[in-house]
Design a protein around this ligand. Structure first.
Ligand code: UDP
Length: 380
């Protein structure tokens, strides 16, 4: 009987576990935390509000395959995420930058996309080459909008300047010339799991061939008792940092309970100023997140920091414009770990800035590939 070890009970680990169990394998899942769900873990706070312990997770995808797979384990509540930024005079404006944002900031009265496009062309600072976030933003929206919405926020979020960071990081926010203020413009499916993420994970992992052990850290010797290991632990840590460290940003979450009468009606408000905090989330506004009716609700305020300053909780892989850490990652990835019986998966195993739907898609493909490779090896 082939025995498989999965390290990490987040999306990467849980999707691998379920697919392999469905394919007939016995699967042990370990996680060093005392809960499943990885960074998607949510729970109901005593105020009666469902909180995502590691910051807001809003599900969105254009992959029907991913939706169909998840729908085996959860119902959905439609939800299109919208974010506003708070300006220094307390005005709230839509983010990503759209037609209304531009009118608010510049006092203009544009009504059409063409007018906004023409305006942004006058603002654009042409660049011959675009590798950094700053070069991309200067050419897309010019200096004022870059300095207002991106410069201080990025510096506190990443601990480095816009000119050092890879353009792909800020390209996640599409600049719009329309009034569309949905955060995830292109995704055809946007919804929240009906009973929360943790319940979704419980159902994914509820299988007679899946055995979950929590509060258990990875142990090399123990892992060698298995025929194969899918490992979502940080790859640099697995190799004892032999080629250097892969840096991550972490977040300190400050929870503040307030009477509902003092609450905001927005889910997320970004602080684009130079304060140490990046955003506030009002959980009760998310559909399905106000479970019991008490008089209080909870707000979470995020404070980014180096992951070493936050119990080595890794959330965001740092992407410099010169790709220097990706080169370090590649050196790790080239090692044939565990005699070729180990595969690194997920954000920390592959050092990628991935959204949930991308992790799920990659995991589904990875299991299919592994099963194919195994079948052709056995046939040969
Ligand atoms: N960003 C910014 N200002 C904002 C929001 C985002 O400068 O108000 C930049 C910042 O560098 C951030 C990146 O855009 O890390 C991607 O933002 P996103 O909202 O996708 O980050 P996430 O939701 O993954 O934290």
């Amino acid at each position: 009987m082939t025995r498989i070890l999965i390290v990490g009970a987040g999306f990467a680990g849980a999707v691998h576990a379920r697919e392999l169990a469905d394919a007939g394998f016995e699967v042990d899942v370990i996680d060093k935390r005392n809960h499943i769900g990885g960074n998607c873990f949510d729970y109901v706070h005593e105020s009666g509000v469902r909180i995502h312990r590691y910051g807001p997770h809003l599900f969105h995808t254009s992959s029907q395959k991913v939706v169909d797979w998840l729908t085996r384990f959860t119902g959905w509540i439609p939800y299109e995420h919208r974010v506003v930024a708070r300006l220094s005079d307390k005005r709230l404006v839509p983010l990503p930058v759209n037609l209304d944002t531009i009118n608010e900031v510049f006092g203009t009265r544009f009504e059409t996309e063409d007018a906004v496009t023409a305006f942004l062309t006058t603002k654009s600072v042409a660049r011959s080459e675009i590798t950094s976030a700053e070069e991309y933003l200067y050419s897309a929206i010019g200096t004022e909008l870059t300095d207002l919405f991106f410069r201080p926020y990025t510096s506190k979020m990443w601990g480095m300047s816009l000119s050092e960071i890879d353009a792909a990081v800020v390209r996640r926010l599409q600049i719009r010339t329309s009034r569309d203020d949905r955060y995830f413009l292109d995704d055809s499916f946007q919804a929240m799991p009906k009973d929360g993420f943790t319940t979704l994970f419980e159902r994914m992992l509820n299988h007679p061939r899946i055995h979950v052990r929590l509060s258990e850290a990875f142990d090399k010797e123990r892992s060698e008792q298995y025929d194969f290991c899918f490992n979502s632990m940080p790859i640099d840590e697995y190799y004892s940092f032999a080629f250097g460290e892969l840096p991550y940003r972490s977040i300190k979450f400050h929870l503040i309970e307030v009477p509902i009468t003092q609450a905001q009606s927005r889910v997320v408000i970004n602080y684009t100023d130079a304060s140490p905090y990046t955003r506030e989330t009002w959980w009760h506004v998310l559909p399905g997140h106000h479970i019991y009716r008490t008089n209080n609700v909870v707000q979470t305020i995020e404070e980014p920091c180096d992951y070493r300053l936050n119990n080595f909780e890794r959330y965001y892989p740092v992407k410099n414009k010169d790709g220097r850490f990706d080169l370090v990652y590649r050196r790790y990835a080239e090692q044939r770990s565990h005699g070729g019986h180990m595969n690194f998966i997920g954000r920390c195993g592959t050092y990628q800035y991935l959204d949930m739907h991308q992790v799920i898609n990659q995991s589904l493909m990875n299991v299919q590939k592994w099963l194919r490779d195994r079948a052709s090896f056995q046939a040969s």
